[in-house]
Design a protein around this ligand. Structure first.
Ligand code: ADP
Length: 419
């Protein structure tokens, strides 16, 4: 019908992994999705799913989805992206296709400078590099992904979509820590927040679900995956979020502690004799649910709770208690709340977490309808009783779609928009 380039490849590069999705922006259809993991090891693995939505309600996880798997060493990200392109080419969707309009990259830390998706040039690369000290695990991997994609398609716009961008609207009184200003500024220490692409997408979808404009709606978004964060969104703008300088602050997570008295770290160093690296690992990798009960998967924790396991029960209660505190805090921050919305792996699937998080909060206008809460669905839905003052909702997040849409909007600017 048209030879216009309408496809966007979304890349999410981790230190040893590369996740990807190819979307057609005419109808947001997913043409392919996949993952390369254990890059740099002997046992690298590429799992490629053509047409992940092609009739599979669960996104292509089921057998018979046409999933293709390849194992064997993939030495670096360049090789990984070449392998991805080869898989795509088998379905006529290779990276050399003229229908590819752009590549959208998830970049974790954009600091204060990047408030919106940005077409990558040398200056943008240098700025992402400058932010490595505040995102030592993520930004180097994201940079590798961008540089690799640039080498393979130097003619194509590469767009960086930042996890922090949505939170750059936070007012100074929410973003600043109450520490010496000169020290904070010298080291760019402040609250940046993460998961911004998800918070942006989910808060907008929630307004849609309520049949209102984002500008008219105040929402508390609870993104509960393995990493977890809450945000307070007033009229489409983020006014507070639970993650801070790094993704360690805030809610109890799969392996991260979330909020903690910073003096615990001094204590661990001075009294327990731990090194800074050991404390970093303890708080980021060995805390949260896994530290409390040995498991970080909410499905397993619920099984154990139901079987009467006390440690799992306490871990669940601590997790929910923290969530409640943030719901209360963000109700105070927003003044008027129209919806509390749950998203990501735990938020979308764990009915007991949703029920427990709002239990006893009737005075804030919050309640869930047990029947609606028990329904399993991959669609946005309201789970509060009909007459509730505040809607409680479940809205599946879709960070790849959001990255693709933001990328395409940027590169397609000025051209005819297809409805
Ligand atoms: P991330 O992107 O942060 O790795 P996800 O958003 O995919 O994480 O969430 C992963 C988590 O979701 C798992 O660790 C698990 O705790 C939880 N989860 C997934 N499915 C279910 C389910 N059916 N019931 C309860 N929890 C679930």
């Amino acid at each position: 019908m048209t030879s216009r380039a309408t496809r966007v490849l979304v890349l999410n590069s981790g230190s040893s992994s590369l996740k990807y999705q190819l979307l057609d922006m005419r109808d947001n259809a997913r043409l392919a999705a996949g993952l390369v993991e254990r890059i740099g090891e002997e046992t690298s693995r590429l799992v490629h799913t053509p047409r992940p939505e092609g009739g599979d309600a669960d996104g292509g996880d089921a057998d018979g989805s046409g999933k293709r798997e390849r194992t064997g060493p993939i030495t670096d990200h360049t090789e990984a992206l070449e392998a991805v392109s080869a898989e795509l080419a088998r379905d006529g969707l290779g990276l050399d296709s003229p229908e590819l309009a752009a590549i959208g990259h998830r970049v974790v830390h954009g600091g204060l400078k990047f408030t919106a998706p940005t077409v990558v040039d040398d200056a943008v690369l240098a700025e992402i590099e400058r932010l490595v000290p505040v995102a030592p695990l993520h930004n180097p991997a994201n940079l590798t992904g961008i540089r690799t994609a640039q080498r393979l398609r130097p003619d194509l716009p590469q767009v960086a979509v930042f996890d922090t961008a949505f939170h750059t609207t936070m007012p100074e009184h929410a973003a600043r820590y109450a520490i010496d200003v000169a020290t904070a500024d010298a080291h760019r220490i402040r609250r940046y927040g993460f998961h911004g692409t998800s918070h942006a997408y989910v808060s907008r979808k929630t307004a849609e679900l309520l049949g209102r404009e984002p500008a008219d709606v105040n929402v508390i978004v609870l993104h509960l995956g393995n990493g977890a964060s809450a945000s307070a969104v007033a009229g489409g703008r983020c006014v507070d979020t639970s993650m801070g300088l790094t993704p360690l602050e805030g809610l109890v997570m799969g392996t991260r502690s979330g909020d903690i008295d910073p003096a615990v770290t001094f204590h661990l160093k001075r009294v327990a004799g731990m090194s800074v690296d050991e404390i970093d690992e303890l708080l980021n990798k060995k805390s949260g649910l896994v530290g409390l009960c040995g498991d970080n998967d909410m499905r397993e924790i619920r099984r154990r709770v139901d079987a009467g396991d006390e440690r799992a029960r306490l871990a669940f209660d601590i997790y929910v208690h923290r969530l409640k505190k943030y719901i209360g805090a963000y109700t105070a921050v927003l003044g008027r709340v129209d919806a509390v919305v749950f998203t990501a792996g735990v938020g979308e699937n764990a009915a007991p977490v949703r029920e427990a998080a709002v239990a006893g909060l009737e005075t804030l206008g919050l309640a869930v309808d047990a029947g609606l809460n028990a329904v399993r669905s991959d669609k946005p839905r309201i789970i509060s009783p009909r007459d509730a003052r505040v809607a409680v909702a479940v809205v599946p997040t879709d960070e790849e779609l959001e990255i693709a849409q933001q990328t395409f909007a940027l590169v397609d600017e000025g051209r005819t928009v297809i409805a």
